[in-house]
Design a protein around this ligand. Structure first.
Ligand code: ARG
Length: 294
């Protein structure tokens, strides 16, 4: 039912990308719900409306396709309500995926399914080493060639250092302070090699200074728009897809030559996630510029 349609792609030992367009992994919300509480947004007393969640997820999928993305699907699984947040499956680097090792037991059952899916479509999968927690593209985001790495709440700094060593890239560790912004992708969003959206109060002083020193053009968001998950945006070339209720950020994006698109994702905010959390770029987190989508 959920065919992936991805061909095998390694020829003569050279990496040949299997993707000819920005490609995104999503997981239908068939078994989505608020079944446990592992971040301050989640409350079992605030159930999600499953019909509305389906509608919002499909509207996001349609919008991503409209702005030029191809969507691949991970089959949903009963008992794993947060599998919809594919950003947390791992960190994709060329044809390798560094798999997550979730902090909370409630999500640990996702990793074997992620591993099997990635292997079935020809990715090399690398498990996290030792006892370090690591939550994939929720906490590890490339801005240009540099890996920006959120740690403390969900991922461990040691995991990020190890990853950077494996990949051979520079890593900027960023300590997260606020339990509401527990993953880096809830408070930081690279737009291009030298441009990012961020919510400064989510970071300690050192992290704020590191971001300012390494990213030339920063767009700070207000407290109220941060709480609408303004930073949890999906960037496809110059197009930016995000939740509703972020008019100031949309204006700032337009002023910088970006084209914002919004769609309501309130049912997923109940679990502490929005557009970016529901997606994983399979052609890499680097803000790749594709012909025809700008
Ligand atoms: N309920 C999920 C959790 O707390 C939400 C994950 C959101 N994902 C993200 N990439 N920020 O783990």
């Amino acid at each position: 039912m959920y065919s992936t349609g991805i061909p095998h792609f390694l020829r003569n030992g050279f990496f040949v990308s299997q993707f000819s367009a920005p490609t995104i992994l999503m997981c239908p919300p068939d078994f989505y719900g608020i079944e446990y509480e592992i971040n301050p947004w989640m409350s079992r007393s605030r159930a999600s409306d499953s019909k509305l969640a389906q509608q919002q997820w499909h509207a996001l999928r349609d919008l991503l396709e409209e702005v030029g993305a191809e969507i691949r699907l991970m089959p949903p699984a009963q008992g794993l309500p947060d599998l919809v947040f594919t950003a947390n499956a791992g960190l994709v680097w060329n044809n390798t995926v560094y798999l997550s090792q979730f902090r909370h037991e409630a999500r640990q059952g996702e990793t074997p399914l992620d591993e099997a899916w990635f292997q079935s479509v020809g990715f090399e999968t690398v498990p996290m080493t030792g006892a370090w927690s690591f939550e994939g593209a929720g906490d590890a985001l490339f801005c240009g060639q540099t890996l920006f790495a959120g740690y403390l709440i969900r991922s461990d700094a040691g995991a990020m250092q190890w990853l950077a060593g494996q990949i051979g890239c520079r890593v900027i560790p960023l300590q997260l302070l606020d339990e509401h912004y527990y993953h880096l992708d809830t408070c930081f969003c690279p737009l291009s090699a030298n441009e990012a959206i961020y919510y400064p109060p989510a970071f300690d002083d050192y992290a704020q200074a590191a971001i300012s020193a390494h990213v030339e053009n920063l767009i700070p968001v207000s407290e109220s728009e941060a709480a609408r998950f303004a930073c949890n945006a999906v960037v496809i070339g110059r197009k930016v897809v995000l939740n509703t209720g972020c008019p100031e950020l949309e204006r700032d994006l337009q002023d910088r030559g970006y084209e914002p698109h919004h769609t309501e994702l309130g049912e997923f905010i109940k679990a502490g996630g929005s557009a970016k959390c529901l997606t994983l770029r399979l052609d890499g987190e680097d803000a790749a510029i594709w012909p025809g989508v700008n």
